[in-house]
Design a binder for this molecule. Sequence first.
Ligand code: PGA
Length: 255
Amino acid sequence: MKNKRYVIGNWKMNTTLPDAMVLATGIKDFAHEFNNIGIVICPPFTWLYPIAEAFRHKPSNLSIGAQNMYWQEKGAYTGEISPLMLKGMLDYVILGHSERRYIFEEDDENINEKVKSAISYRLRPVLCVGEKTKKSAIEGKNGIISQVENGLEGVDKNDIGKVIIAYEPVWAIGTGDAATGEYAADIIMKIRKKIAGLYDDEIALKIPILYGGSVTKDNIEEFMFETEINGVLAGGSSLKIGEFKHICKVVNQYR
Ligand code: PGA
């Protein structure tokens, strides 16, 4: 059986409330057409509640995610959002995005705390990993493989089924310089090999691993052609409803 595929839209720090509602309700209107896949939209924190309200009656394959969270439940952490605040309103949370790693200096240890905390609140972590430059090593310190290993430390076999991994080469994010499908599939295969070592072969085959970085309506087929790639995490193209719909349509077709 092939893995379930996902299209996750990371809106980043974009949209006003009216923009967000137009985009979210537009996605809600077409999501039922693509029910082979899971569609997850990740708006800014401030629009999560109004969107969750607007999604009270929504297609079951459409979900909401947060773009980040802190690992503590509550306390003196000015400006942070806790898993307790998100729980009940949404089901997914992006963790370890490269913009968090490199602009806000989050390290593997912080990200691992967040992954474990998300799981304990029954949120599904979308753990992002990726190399910084085209020349960066895949193995070794700060390489993708160690980001996977460190990010999942202490996550046991019973919980790993909740995790989604997004392979996002930093050099491809927001640059228009996407990886090729073949390159992404090769890295994803290496990530699966690591997961097999950490857990077992069955888990490695089943864990959804997505590609992200300058995914567009024009290159989506190339990624979906690779069976290793279980969907995409889209940034810029998740803000354009027509383009996002097309991406969902293509991912939905490749079953
Ligand atoms: P991009 O962003 O599609 O705009 O390159 C992807 C991401 O950062 O998740």
